[in-house]
Design a protein around this ligand. Structure first.
Ligand SMILES: NC(=O)c1ccc[n+]([C@@H]2O[C@H](COP(=O)([O-])OP(=O)(O)OC[C@H]3O[C@@H](n4cnc5c(N)ncnc54)[C@H](O)[C@@H]3O)[C@@H](O)[C@H]2O)c1
Length: 312
């Protein structure tokens, strides 16, 4: 059994990853600074089950300022999920994105290098590709939002640490993750709440934008595979997406059916930075890691609806 450090452990995806590592018998140090992008109370709920587990230690620490050496020491690998996510606020709160996503990553890489860890698993995003993200990992990288630019800079830092100091990294580019604990700023979370409350949901653009929705359990499975198949994953970048590509209009219809509620829609123009089409080409992850997304969109949306109903 191994010991891992997970950054962003109180977040949507990070909390699920910590649970999966513990379920496999590993011990986990979870780090998070509770950046108030969304309320701390939601993140405390994400952590509640973890805090009760003896093989989990939580550290409230900010990557930009904390002494990271002791936290990284003794870890088999670092899973780096901590970041400022989401596109829209990256136009107005750029400094927060710049410092958390770039400086925070650089400080963590420096600590990982000094500790000579065996693998740095960096969680990136389809947003590094830009307005369209429909090709393989070698497609041009033309981020269309400040968020995407900071996430691309973080990727490039991993590569610079690898090229200069031999830092062993793996990069996973997630495509639109959904499921229980989805962040409250994300579209499906808002839509499910609006359906339940009879409130108006705003569709930005014509609703024909496509997404490769990735169920959170599949995103976590990919991270575990990257660690388990370390030898073939080192130095590599993988797209991680779900198997189905759907339009927002189609998801609205599916959620109407699942909730039994009719959506009240308001249409607005697409927002600056919005991606038009994402269609994860996961051929490399399937071939090299054996990644195989297991949850259908219908089943995953159902799980998110059940979770949102239970959490009020
Ligand atoms: N959710 C998605 O659809 C999606 C898609 C692609 C990539 N990603 C990436 O996955 C990762 C996790 O995203 P999420 O949706 O779970 O977001 P989240 O906001 O729920 O989790 C991120 C966590 O990181 C923490 N954090 C941020 N800056 C920090 C700092 N300086 N020090 C310590 N902790 C800090 C936050 O407090 C938060 O709890 C991010 O790197 C994001 O870019 C997410």
């Amino acid at each position: 059994m191994s010991h891992y450090l997970v950054t962003g452990a109180a977040g949507f995806i990070g909390s699920h990853l910590c649970e999966a590592l513990l379920a496999r018998g590993h011990s986990v140090a979870g780090l998070d600074a509770f950046i108030p992008y969304y309320p701390r109370a939601a993140k405390e709920k994400n952590l509640a089950g973890l805090r009760a587990q003896p093989r989990f230690a939580f550290h409230e620490a900010d990557l930009r300022t904390a002494d990271l050496a002791a936290l990284v020491a003794g870890s088999e690998a670092v899973f780096h999920l901590a970041a400022m996510p989401g596109l829209m606020k990256s136009w107005t709160d750029f400094q927060l994105y710049e410092t958390c996503n770039i400086s925070g990553t650089q400080r963590l890489l420096e600590a990982a290098r000094a500790a000579r860890i065996r693998q740095f698993i960096h969680i990136s995003t389809s947003s590094v590709y830009g307005k369209e993200a429909t090709q393989g990992e070698d497609a041009p990288l033309q981020p269309f939002s400040p968020y995407g630019i900071t996430k691309l800079a973080a990727e490039q830092l991993c590569r610079a640490y690898a090229a200069n100091f031999g830092l062993p990294f793996t990069i996973l580019r997630y495509f639109s993750v959904y499921g229980p604990r989805q962040r409250p700023d994300m579209g499906y979370h808002k839509l499910i709440n609006d359906l339940a409350r009879g409130e108006v949901f705003t569709v930005f653009g014509d609703g024909e934008q496509t997404r490769s929705n990735t169920y959170v359990g599949d995103a976590v499975a990919a991270a575990l595979l990257a660690a388990e198949k370390r030898e073939v994953a080192l130095g590599e970048t993988f797209n991680i997406g779900g198997g189905e590509i759907v339009t927002l209009n189609r998801v609205i219809g599916m959620l109407e059916e699942l909730t039994g509620c009719k959506a009240r829609l308001e249409r607005q123009p697409a927002r600056p930075g919005d991606q038009r089409h994402t269609a994860a080409n996961t051929e490399k992850a399937r071939r090299v890691l054996g990644y195989n997304p297991a949850t259908s969109l219908a089943a995953g949306l159902q799980a998110q609806v059940v979770w949102q109903r239970a959490s009020g």
